[in-house]
Design a protein around this ligand. Structure first.
Ligand code: ADP
Length: 632
């Protein structure tokens, strides 16, 4: 299809037609059109859209529509590979060049590029400015570069990569080409930095809403973290879940714990061999496991769009990290849950790590200071009882208009106050006083529980009046409460190598009964479902959905591609909701473009017809289209 420009600009229909033809979507999301236009018209741009907001489409559409070749710089090989696989399944001509390819495959791709077979070429940042690649760029007369994960260029961001700095040279080396920066997480300061570093000229700055209304955010006081994680995983049984832990060791023990309880889980961290990592990623993408327990090393390459739950067993070190990691949930626009089990202990641990790394590297103090600032925002986010959606959106410099989100622990009322919190706090604080403000959390908790450890016996702490004063409380719950008091400034924890608990003026006010205390805990009856969770399955025949899912898994396995590359969950749900009776009717289903209709239409149609005949379920339900997809 050759689209023509009208009055120097591209008609919206031409853009939408292209999107429909390749991807089967019939609407653009907010800002996608403006971003695509910037690409078509070759105006520099900075596009900030949340994860799952549809950034890739913005740089994928212009080259096919304008019939030219564009280059995309992308930081990770696996990410590129998944994108290229996905594009090829849509019949879109794209290729990637990276160091992970065999010389034969690279030569093959180079030949294809030379023959003009591709519209989009993905390349790693370190390869972009090599003489060989520059030659290709010159020969193909590349007019537009898209920089994915552009925040990596800024040291104010959370994921600074020195190799990204080289891209500052793009504008001077290719003065006629436009540069388009894309990122999901950038505060104002980072946005400014990207524009300056890349020397963008009068860029179109398109910043989307940071809110992700389909995500339910939950911050739950951490007590027995394994049991808490298991409960959350079970809420999403059989669905894709990522559990983030801070240390490698924790990922291993948590994955073992879950596996022993019948969950299909594996661990993932940077200490594994590339081959082990790849296998876990593939098993996850191919739906052979449901849960990956990982450090932050896992994620960049994960393009699975149907992740229904992201769990943080420990607190990330910045809101940017949190936003990026939780952003991996619900990229298909369907509801998903993000739970963080919070304890102030994590904040203290991070602080220590920052101190240590800045000591060791004798790094510039300003980097450590910037990291501490990011950390303190994250800690405040977790310890403040204000709507999570509101807090996140405001952190990124936007305002949140709604009164209640109905999709976070605060608005859904997931936590409740501990009864007699003030009395409990008084008991804890007086125990700190009795042990002479010379012991850490573990010892104080042991004394309150009435334990008789060697240390307690040696110090004769069995004789204290506070010994065994809270023996009814589970140990992990009590530990959590001590950290809550520290977080609220009612108790101090020294910053030494062996930190001890100390009292401050506020502690004394509590002990004298001059102020009351609130302590929170997760509600015993568990968490409530959000509204999105209740409605997004409306009209979907679950049995049919599972039958379609099994077929998807079979095809994916046969082809050796991730399952979501065949069809996303949103498409399967829409099929199981509309239950089309013909290929023609199938055209109306979300996410089915020409290519996929031709390729898999028959197979999936047969399943729908067979299932509906067998169970007497009606075909061609009209309401499907109204409810599908996300409304942004
Ligand atoms: P990002 O790169 O911003 O994280 P993606 O480009 O991966 O997001 O898009 C997220 C999901 O949304 C993908 O499954 C994609 O196919 C889908 N998507 C993108 N644009 C649209 C659209 N206009 N209508 C429906 N789905 C879309």
């Amino acid at each position: 299809m050759q689209a023509t420009k009208s009055n120097g600009s591209w008609p919206t229909e031409a853009i939408v037609d292209t999107v429909r033809r390749y991807w089967g979507f019939d609407q653009l999301r907010p800002l996608q059109e403006a971003a695509i236009r910037a690409g078509l018209e070759q105006r520099d741009s900075l596009v900030v859209l949340p994860t799952g907001g549809g950034k890739s489409l913005c740089y994928q559409v212009p080259p096919v529509l304008a019939e030219r070749v564009d280059v995309v710089v992308s930081p990770l090989i696996s990410l590129m590979k998944d994108q290229v696989d996905g594009l090829q399944e849509c019949g879109y001509p794209a290729a990637a060049l990276h160091s992970g390819m065999s010389p034969a495959a690279a030569a093959d791709t180079m030949r294809g590029i030379g023959e003009g077979n591709y519209r989009l070429i993905f390349v790693a940042p370190e390869r972009l400015l090599t003489p060989g690649f520059l030659q290709i760029v010159d020969r193909l007369d590349v007019r537009a570069f898209a920089i994915d994960e552009a925040h990596c260029i800024s040291h104010w961001g959370h994921d600074f990569r020195p190799e990204y700095r080289q891209m500052a040279r793009l504008k001077s080396r290719f003065p006629r080409a436009s540069v388009h920066a894309y990122t999901a997480t950038a505060t104002r300061r980072v946005q400014q930095d990207i524009v300056e570093q890349l020397s963008l000229v009068e860029p179109a700055v398109l910043v989307g809403g940071f809110d992700r209304p389909n995500l339910v955010y939950r911050i739950i006081p951490r007590e027995d973290v394994r049991a808490q994680v298991l409960e959350a995983v079970r809420r999403h049984a059989g669905q894709a879940t990522i559990v983030y832990c801070i240390s490698r060791r924790d990922t291993e023990s948590m994955a073992d714990y879950l596996s022993e309880r019948g969950v299909r889980a594996k661990h993932y961290h940077a200490g594994l061999t590339p081959d082990q990592r790849r296998r876990t990623q593939d098993a996850f993408a191919g739906e052979r496991i449901d849960v990956v327990v990982a450090t932050v090393a896992f994620g960049m390459g994960i393009d699975r769009s149907d992740v229904r739950c992201v769990i943080h067993a420990g607190m990330p070190k910045s809101i940017e990290h949190y936003q990026q990691e939780t952003g991996r949930a619900g990229r298909d626009g369907l509801e998903a849950e993000c739970v963080l089990f919070y304890s102030a202990a994590d904040a203290m641990k991070w602080e220590m790590l920052i101190e240590r790394s800045s000591d060791e590297a004798m790094a510039d103090g300003s980097v450590a200071a910037a990291m501490k600032e990011l950390l303190s925002h994250m800690r405040r986010y977790c310890s403040t009882v204000t709507c999570r959606h509101k807090q996140l959106v405001e952190y990124f410099g936007q305002s949140y208009e709604r009164e209640r989100c109905e999709a976070c622990d605060v608005c859904l009322g997931d936590t409740e106050g501990v009864e007699d919190a003030t009395v409990t706090a008084q008991k804890i604080l007086s125990c700190v006083a009795r042990v002479g403000e010379r012991f850490g959390v573990g010892h104080v908790v042991d004394v309150l529980l009435g334990a008789e450890t060697e240390r307690i016996l040696a110090c004769r702490h069995t004789e204290l009046s506070t010994h065994g004063l809270l023996r009814e409380t589970p140990k992990k719950t009590l530990t959590g409460m001590v950290y809550q008091l520290v977080d609220q400034g009612l108790l101090e924890r020294s910053a030494d190598e062996y930190p001890v608990l100390r009292l401050n003026a506020e502690s004394w006010k509590v002990m004298r009964g001059q102020r009351t205390v609130q302590l929170m805990r997760a509600k015993k009856e568990g968490v409530k479902k959000s509204k999105a969770d209740a409605t997004s399955w409306d009209g979907v025949d679950r049995g049919l959905f599972e039958a379609l899912r099994a077929e998807r898994r079979r095809i994916a396995e046969e082809r050796g591609v991730p399952a979501f590359v065949v069809f996303g969950d949103a498409t399967l749900r829409d099929l199981a909701r509309m239950r089309p009776s013909s290929l023609e009717a199938m055209r109306g289903v979300h996410g089915i473009g020409e290519r996929k209709l031709g390729e898999w239409g028959e197979v999936f149609l047969a399943i729908v017809l067979e299932y509906c005949a067998k169970y007497g379920v009606g075909l061609d339900a009209a309401e499907g289209r109204v409810r599908r997809g996300r409304k942004r």
